[in-house]
Ligand binder design. Structure first.
Ligand code: CA
Length: 236
């Protein structure tokens, strides 16, 4: 199981903060806590939490202002804790697509369900943003398993697709034949014969990438990598 997200709780009331910390830990999350927005912002910078549970009413800087400042740096999903009707309206005015809020007093079960939903949505969005990859003039779509060279669709075998995907994910770093064997075929090569499998597939892949075949560079004694022109993940 993938390990759960890191959640930052920003709440000035000690007992409430402890209650949330305890229950989120019980649920398997990693938890950070802050008693003020100022401390919360510093944790956002230093620890990069995946999600923030943010009390709106805080001494000093309030939760709404903290939210604005967080947004200037990163797009972290926020679950607001609100106490009054007036706060709900302000939160609604401020929240982005991914955010949510609960009104105090709330049931713990509801809060945990909201956190889980928010977290799942944010992770889903992050994943789909990485489904389309490109390097130079070659594009891979991980959903449809389609590849395109200079905008023209090319048909890659599953192994060729995985090879290209691995090279793109490496983003210009060298991948040894052994490493590619492990990533694409799922096992460690023990014979020279097996690492030659990689060379043969790379040769086929290059043919299909014409006229962009030089994108894949052979590094003597090292393995393979993509030439400069960094690969990138794009949102549709
Ligand atoms: Ca408060």
């Amino acid at each position: 199981m993938a390990h759960k997200s890191m959640i930052l709780i920003v709440e000035d009331e000690g007992p409430m903060r402890e209650l949330l910390r305890f229950n989120l830990r019980e649920d398997g999350y990693r938890v950070l806590t802050a008693g003020s927005a100022e401390r919360g912002l510093s944790l956002v910078r230093s620890r990069k939490p995946d999600l923030i549970v943010l009390d709106v009413m805080l001494p000093g800087m309030d939760g709404l202002e903290m939210c604005r400042r967080v947004r200037q740096q990163r797009d972290i999903p926020i679950l607001f804790l609100t106490a009054k009707k007036g706060e709900v309206d302000k939160v609604i005015g401020l929240k982005l697509g991914g955010d949510d809020y609960v009104t105090k007093p709330f049931s713990l079960r509801e809060l945990l369900a909201r956190i889980e939903a928010l977290d799942r949505r944010a992770k889903g969005a992050a994943r789909s943003a990485g489904r389309l990859r490109s390097a130079g003039k070659v594009t891979l779509d991980a959903d449809s398993r389609e590849a395109a060279v200079r905008g023209k669709s090319v048909s890659l075998s599953p192994k060729e697709f995985e090879l290209m995907n691995a090279l793109m994910a490496a983003d210009g770093r060298i991948l040894s034949r052994e490493r590619l064997m492990k990533i694409v075929w799922g096992y460690e090569p023990s014979l020279e014969l097996e690492s030659r499998t990689v060379d043969q597939h790379i040769a086929l892949l290059r043919k299909k990438l014409r006229p962009e075949q030089d994108l894949i560079e052979t590094v003597s004694k090292g393995g393979y990598r993509l030439r400069a022109g960094k690969s990138r993940a794009r949102t549709r």
